[in-house]
Design a protein around this ligand. Structure first.
Ligand SMILES: [Zn+2]
Length: 192
């Protein structure tokens, strides 16, 4: 009957697990929400600073390495030196890159769902996702939360071809921006 827009608003950035030189073992590091910018004869290095949750020891996540200042967009450079939160978060959600540098990335973050309902003349229920960052959240996890049904019931709906994903991706994959999910006929079990 309706179209629902769901914006997924992360409440935190993923922690990473890596070796801490001070603790001398793998520990969890959190994003400090600060950049470190070094420039040496117009060559710029940029990192995002992470801190160990046990000893506050530092790990620097490399973003730019020896890039000539003229090759960096001036707006972006300003965001680096002013610790622009949105820019830092965009890097902090680059799980693929972080995984290359760390032992593990804990993408199981807290998030809020902001819901907007639009009435349409349709027998189906459609959900559209908005995400500002590259979240590493499984579609079936968030969808079962929104629909208020178990993952096994969700699986049943999927097998009965009652759930249509656009683009056509597996329901176990990650949520992407603008992903649209239609539940055909809006099953009775669904609370929305
Ligand atoms: Zn430590």
């Amino acid at each position: 009957m309706c179209l629902y827009n769901f914006e997924i608003i992360p409440q935190e950035t993923p922690n990473v697990i890596r070796n801490c030189g001070k603790c001398k073992r793998n520990t969890e590091f959190y994003c400090s929400e600060k950049f470190r910018v070094n420039s040496n004869q117009k060559l710029v290095d940029v990192w995002v600073i992470y801190n160990c949750t046990h000893c506050e020891g530092t790990w620097n996540f490399p973003i730019l390495s020896r890039v000539h200042v003229n090759n960096i967009n001036s707006d972006l450079y300003h965001k680096f030196i002013s610790n622009d939160k949105e820019t830092i978060w965009r890097y902090a959600f680059q799980s693929k890159l972080l995984r290359k540098q760390c032992h593990e990335v804990n993408t199981n973050i807290r998030y809020e769902l902001r819901e907007e309902k639009i009435d349409l003349k349709s027998n189906n229920l459609t959900i559209r996702f908005y995400c500002k960052y590259e979240l590493d959240l499984r579609i079936d996890k968030v969808l079962s939360e929104i629909l208020g049904i178990s993952r096994s019931n969700l699986k049943k709906l999927e097998l009965d071809e009652m759930i249509i994903l656009n683009p056509k991706i597996n329901i176990k994959k990650k949520i992407t921006h603008n992903l649209q999910i239609t539940v055909v006929g809006k099953g009775q079990k669904i609370k929305l």
